[in-house]
Design a binder for this molecule. Structure first.
Ligand code: WT7
Length: 656
């Protein structure tokens, strides 16, 4: 049985074999090699991961048990002692990588700097010592609210070094959203900057931290460490706020890495779900280190002379796993960029690729669609011949965008890895290995070795070839999320009991619809829950609804995604007003501003429609399916018999 909301009309025959030259030098060189790895991992996942953990990572003490699986709670490498900051830095210092460039950073206004592994190690140690001096120690949660400057990566590594779990809040989130996350995570300290540069403007960050903390808003926060970036004026609160550049010269460049338990919490990262409150996704140390290390190595085919650039922000999981931890654990050279394409510099990405001879480039479909709109002449002005591998992440890529990426950016010679994964999975789950797996535009292709992916119906029964169903994972993997911070029942319910466990076999429910074709290729079609994917960013409809109803004019709100050429989806809000308020364009503007203040600009509705009533079932549940059709301007199809008041639909249509 296929799910009514999962349908795929896509038909795609184009197949691109791994280029021979690429495959001959790749980490994984052929389909046979992939198949062997896949079968080996499937036959004995514990042994597969244990061998890699042993050969690829440094452990202070080896584990006693590879996997302790008490569904749905997993522990990996139990009893092992490890530090991911050590694996990303210290262990390279005794090799020729010591003086290799670890980080190349380019600022938005055009300033830049680089760090060798030795320099990055010294800087991270000083930063860790600063945290210690502020009273932060093992187990203390640290909030990080930063622009895309080297200190963002350094802050992560410094926290990991002393065993203080970090919780990064994307710099585009509002003071409100920051406060909620600091409170939920019980953060003891916050690392921030005066501000950052975005699209030719300095945007403040420290004022948002001040606002989040005012009136004892996040009472657990004791100290704030502030990095100077924009040099705009900020207020420093005595005995709470400290400048990094004032502390740094006084601090030692040595700080021994804490020996962490493999299962000690490495970080919390909040992400939207189908209910109102963002979930704190918990990741731990050993398994996450191993999985991000291996996926970086095999999927991005990292070689010693590569210059690797992932265009994400450190505030998202992609930044955690594939700007910081995965690449540095492999000793790669990583490019980090503060800016973004903007009218004054529409070709800044291509300029950077040419300037630094970037060989591996990883971005999102929404960015690719924006590049297509800007025109081929922009990339064609620059020498992109250093590129040898391209990647995408965040949402399904439409085949024509894939073809453009392949032709215009990849010059028809670079393999493309379309990587499907989530904040919860910690690392990439379904993807091509570029030297081994032929690609089809729009398909993420095959599961990574050790990942048992499947497509099932509501009851957990596998669906047939090319039939739509729910994407699930049938066995634990090292970087899986361990729990929802402070709410293990929510973890159990949301991810492991959505598909009812059968005979004690639990399957992980990803929340995506997908199908598998006749060649075993996965085609991910998008969320099947009330999560909206705007430009590759995940937003819960209920979260935005809560923000809307916190405005005095709003009685009720229903938020859905509407297909959008550039963003993938845009946010469409249906609203009923409190009696004394009247619908107007000014009110629309005000409500959009209100959501920006409550959550951040990424959650601002693209469109708002006022209405007398919302379509509901007899039990009072808003029928978002109908609203999605209306928002997309489509005829409302499917069953409407459960609708309580059918005239509501007609009125909503008239309101268009
Ligand atoms: C959701 C996870 C982890 C990367 C950044 C987003 C969608 C992600 C793909 C892809 C189709 C994709 C899914 C997923 N998604 N990558 N290659 N093809 N869909 O992380 O914010 O946790 O969102 O992004 O819907 O569930 P996230």
């Amino acid at each position: 049985m296929s799910h009514p909301e999962i349908e795929s009309v896509l038909h795609e025959d184009r197949v691109f074999e791994p280029p021979t030259e690429f495959a001959s030098k790749a980490r994984i060189k052929s389909l046979d090699e992939y198949n062997q790895l896949y079968e080996k991992a499937k036959a004995n996942p514990e042994q597969f991961w244990a061998e890699l953990a042993e050969s690829e990572l440094h452990w202070f003490k080896k584990w006693d048990t590879v996997l302790d699986w008490q569904p749905p709670f997993a522990k990996w490498f139990v009893g092992g002692k490890i530090n991911i900051s050590y694996n990303c830095l210290d262990r390279h210092l005794s090799t020729e990588r010591r003086d290799k460039t670890a980080l190349i950073w380019e600022g938005e206004p055009g300033d830049s700097c680089t760090f060798t592994y030795a320099e990055l190690h010294a800087e991270v140690c000083q930063f860790a010592n600063a945290l210690k001096q502020l009273g932060v120690g093992k187990g203390d949660v640290v909030g990080i609210y930063m622009p895309m400057i080297p200190e963002a990566a350094i802050a992560l590594l410094a926290c990991a070094r002393i065993g203080a779990p970090h919780t990064v809040v994307f710099g585009g989130f509002s003071a409100e959203a920051l406060r909620d996350r600091l409170v939920d995570g019980k953060a003891k300290a916050v690392i921030t900057a005066d501000g950052g540069f975005r699209k030719d403007k300095a945007v403040p960050l420290k004022v948002a931290v001040d606002k989040a903390l005012e009136n004892d808003g996040a009472p657990t926060v004791e100290k704030v460490l502030v990095v100077q970036r924009t040099k705009e004026a900020v207020t420093m609160v005595p005995d709470r706020d400290y400048w990094w550049h004032e502390l740094q010269p006084t601090l030692s460049t040595e700080c021994e890495a804490e020996q962490m338990d493999s299962e000690d919490m490495l970080f919390i990262l909040y992400t939207s779900g189908s209910t109102g409150k963002p979930k704190g996704v918990v990741h731990t140390t050993g398994g996450y280190n191993l999985y991000t290390h291996m996926t970086t190595q095999w999927i991005f085919d990292i070689q010693d002379d590569d210059v690797y650039w992932c265009g994400a922000d450190v505030g998202w999981i992609t930044g955690h796993s594939y700007i910081v931890y995965g690449p540095l654990s492999n000793g790669a050279t990583v490019l980090m960029y503060e800016g973004a394409p903007r009218p004054s510099k529409p070709d800044c990405f291509w300029e950077l690729i040419a300037k630094y001879k970037v060989s591996i480039f990883y971005t999102a479909p929404t960015a690719i669609r924006a590049f297509i709109k800007m025109g081929d002449h922009l990339p064609q002005k620059h020498d992109l011949s250093s590129l040898r591998l391209l990647g995408t992440v965040g949402e399904p890529i439409n085949p024509e965008a894939w073809m453009w990426y392949h032709r215009v950016i990849g010059n028809e010679k670079c393999p493309i890895v379309d990587t499907w994964w989530q904040t919860e999975t910690g690392g990439v789950m379904i993807t091509a290995l570029p030297g081994a797996i032929a690609t089809k535009p729009g398909s993420a292709t095959k599961p990574f070795p050790g990942i048992l992916a499947d497509i099932v119906d509501h009851d957990g029964n596998p669906v047939g070839e090319n039939e739509g169903g729910f994407l699930v994972i049938r066995y634990p993997w090292p970087s899986m999320m361990r729990t929802v911070y402070g709410d293990p029942n929510r973890f159990r319910r949301t991810y492991w009991e959505h598909i009812p466990p059968k005979d004690g076999e639990y399957v992980y429910f990803a929340g995506d619809g997908a199908r598998r074709d006749e060649d075993g290729y996965f085609w991910v079609m998008g969320r099947v829950d009330d999560v909206i994917n705007v430009s590759g960013h995940r937003l819960g409809s209920m979260e935005i609804e809560s923000a809307l109803v916190s405005h005095p004019a709003v009685a009720e709100a229903a938020v859905v995604g509407r297909p959008d050429d550039l963003k993938g989806e845009d946010i469409f809000a249906f609203i009923t007003l409190e009696g004394e308020y009247e619908a107007s364009d000014e009110l629309k503007v005000e409500l959009k501003k209100h959501v920006t203040g409550e959550i951040g600009a990424i959650a601002r509705p693209g469109d708002i429609r006022f209405s007398d009533a919302l379509p509901k079932t007899r039990s009072g549940k808003i029928m978002r399916r109908l609203l999605r059709s209306l928002a997309a301007g489509q005829e409302v199809s499917g069953d409407t018999s459960t609708l309580e008041d059918r005239s509501v639909l007609d009125k909503l249509r008239e309101g268009a």
